[in-house]
Design a protein. Structure first.
Length: 185
């Protein structure tokens, strides 16, 4: 019975991530989207297990054909396009964000560091994907797949770090996860 609430919150984050994908500004092969804000926020709020559940569910429904990827697209072909590396990067990014957020004493700085690490992880998968899948030089992959997004990502990190404590306090998931982690240690 205690698993119902995290399932519902995870489903809500699936919906938020999908909505964030619809807010797309095309700037080249990779659009500016809001979905990574919700991906990383899910890590802070839901923790590693439920956050990863939300992201994997989002990816599976998009791969199955529901139009939840950037610009209302869908299908397995998206994994072979320019955004495929970023989509795949969401899985290690959310886990890393959640793990760092829970590993250290909760604070604004911990959340910011966790969000930054998650963003770096997304780029660490997405930029090499562009370079190797599309035979781009590193300079072009970085120019097309990272540089246009840095200012927006800084703003998304600020927003997520500001609202995450309020959401966690409201729903109580992070506190429960920290207690369970302490009991496991």
């Amino acid at each position: 019975m205690h698993e119902i609430k995290p399932m519902v919150y995870s489903a809500l984050f699936v919906a938020l991530i999908a909505c964030g994908a619809f807010m797309a500004i095309p700037v080249g092969p990779v659009p500016i989207v809001m979905q990574n804000l919700f991906v990383l926020l899910a890590g802070l709020v839901l923790g590693p297990v439920w956050g990863l559940t939300a992201v994997c569910t989002y990816l599976l429904i998009g791969l199955a054909g529901l139009p939840v990827f950037a610009g209302g697209t869908a299908g397995i072909g998206r994994l072979f396009g320019p955004t495929g590396g970023y989509l795949l990067g969401y899985m290690p990014a959310i886990w890393l964000t959640a793990w760092l957020s829970q590993k250290f004493r909760p604070s604004l700085m911990t959340d910011i560091a966790a969000l930054m690490a998650g963003s770096i992880m997304i780029y660490a998968v997405g930029v090499p994907w562009l370079k190797f899948a599309f035979a781009m030089p590193w300079s072009k992959a970085v120019a097309a797949g990272m540089l246009p997004f840095l200012i927006g990502d800084a703003l998304k990190i600020a927003v997520a770090a500001t609202i995450a404590p309020r959401i966690r306090a409201r729903i109580g998931i992070a506190a429960r996860a920290r207690k369970e982690q302490a009991l496991d240690s």
